[in-house]
Design a binder for this molecule. Structure first.
Ligand code: PLP
Length: 427
């Protein structure tokens, strides 16, 4: 059931009632919450940068440390979760998390590495069609990756990189403008490569519509889901997306620098014509240890693996994915919608003139995060931090806050707006 804005109340008791009615409230106890110097829980709204640690992580990792200590190399086969196929223990949960079939997903490497591997295979410029479409304010690593791939193929990003920009006086990009651009220039565009949720504005792109419009023009389409995985309900298979990549340390709570995910649509699962940069872990499992000269890729996303993966971060990710799988993205998103809706409601009630919300008001076009433009932003951010709020500041003038449905409370949202109101009032 969707909570409507009219049932929100701008009081602490109202926030506490929402927490009391929240069927996911108990999950907060499964996480370590950082403390203020005074020993209170911080208001942690940076789960979009680094998710909090699930308490179960230690046990999952310790199990592998114990098996390594007692078994040595035999752990590849004899560990309680044998290391040889360890990444496969994450496949089913990962597939459910992003709306994919198991053959379409793998956990490997880190995000930007996976992006390059996907660009090697799926950016196939031709004389008539060589451009790449990205967001104007794409995350720097994505921009560097895409621009370097263009140069690698002999193109000048100044000419070959097409950037989506909001209309004048608007802060986010309209889906119909993306569709119109594809309609007009799609024949020259080889690849559409967007974030699922823009890291800066918090805009969630309508990936299904965009994928359809891109594919209608013969473009390949890929998404960077760094800010979407574990945040939105995704349907990568049904949307027909060619590839996607994401990291696991933001909403997925797998720890700093943990392993990334990769999706390759089933229609590419057995394509031998795609160029790829290969490594032995992508080779057919049956013959991998015969050490053959000729590379024979595994079908599906696994065929893009390079190396035998690091087990300790895989164990941490498995601990986290088990929680996501238990809750399910649909329930999580339902709470997230309410939690972020409550934040928007309180900001409009208490600070209608002092705060501009850059993120779309339409819940279908955002996830957990709201990006706030606050007059005197950097000083305000410093005051929030001093009062025990963890959120981030992005040049030139944006405070990003992400109430995360697994561990944030409605009372956290209330407290944040209270502290922000005080900080703005004393400016
Ligand atoms: C967080 C983030 C990254 C980070 O890349 P790493 O390779 O994990 O360091 C890249 N792209 C986007 C869009 C991000 O939000």
């Amino acid at each position: 059931m969707q909570e409507t804005l009219s049932t929100f109340e701008p009081t602490l008791s109202g926030a506490r009632r929402l927490d009391a009615d929240d069927s996911l409230a108990g999950y907060r106890d499964r996480f370590f919450i950082p403390q203020t110097p005074g020993g209170e829980d911080v208001v942690y709204f940076s789960g979009n940068s680094l998710g909090l640690q699930p308490k179960a992580v230690r046990g999952y990792v310790e199990k592998e440390l114990e098996d390594w200590a007692t078994l040595g190399v035999e752990g590849h086969f004899l560990a309680r979760h044998p290391w040889m196929p360890y990444h496969e223990f994450l496949t089913e949960q990962t597939a459910r998390l992003v709306g994919a079939r198991p053959v379409e997903v793998v956990v490997m490497n880190t995000l930007t590495v996976n992006l390059h591997l996907m660009l090697v295979s799926f950016y196939r410029p031709t004389l008539a069609r060589h451009k790449i479409l990205i967001e104007g304010d794409a995350f720097p690593s994505d921009r560097y990756a895409v621009a370097s791939q263009l140069r690698f193929h002999g193109y000048d990003p100044a000419e070959a990189l097409v950037e989506l920009k909001p209309r004048p006086d608007e802060t986010t990009i309209r889906t119909e403008d993306i569709e119109a651009l594809l309609e007009a220039e799609g024949e020259e565009i080889a690849l559409v490569m967007l974030g699922g949720v823009n890291y800066y504005t918090g805009q969630a792109f309508e990936m299904g519509r965009i994928a359809e419009a891109a594919r209608a023009q013969g473009c390949t389409v890929g998404f960077d889901l760094a800010h979407a995985a574990g945040n939105l309900v995704l349907a990568l298979h049904d949307w027909g997306v060619d590839f996607a990549v994401w990291c696991s340390y933001k909403y997925l709570n797998a720890g700093p620098g943990s392993l990334a995910g990769c999706f390759v649509h089933e229609r590419h699962a057995r394509r031998a014509d795609l160029p790829r940069f290969a490594g032995w872990w992508g080779h057919d499992k049956e013959t991998r240890f015969l050490m053959p000269d000729a590379f024979r890729p595994l079908p599906g996303a696994e065929g893009w693996q390079l190396s035998n993966p690091p087990i300790l971060p895989l164990a941490a990710l498995r601990a986290s994915l088990d929680i996501f799988d238990e809750v399910g993205m649909a329930r999580l998103r339902e709470k997230s919608d309410r939690l972020t809706g409550y934040l928007e409601f309180l900001l409009q009630e208490k600070l209608p003139d002092a705060v501009e919300i850059l993120t779309p008001a339409d819940p279908a076009q955002r996830g957990a995060q709201l990006s706030l433009r606050v007059q005197g932003g950097e000083g305000i951010h410093a005051r929030l931090v001093a009062e025990g709020v963890v959120c981030d500041w992005r040049e030139p003038d944006v405070i990003r806050v992400a109430p995360v449905p697994l561990y944030n409370r409605f009372a956290d949202v209330y407290r944040f707006v209270e502290i922000l109101t005080k900080a703005i009032g004393s400016r």
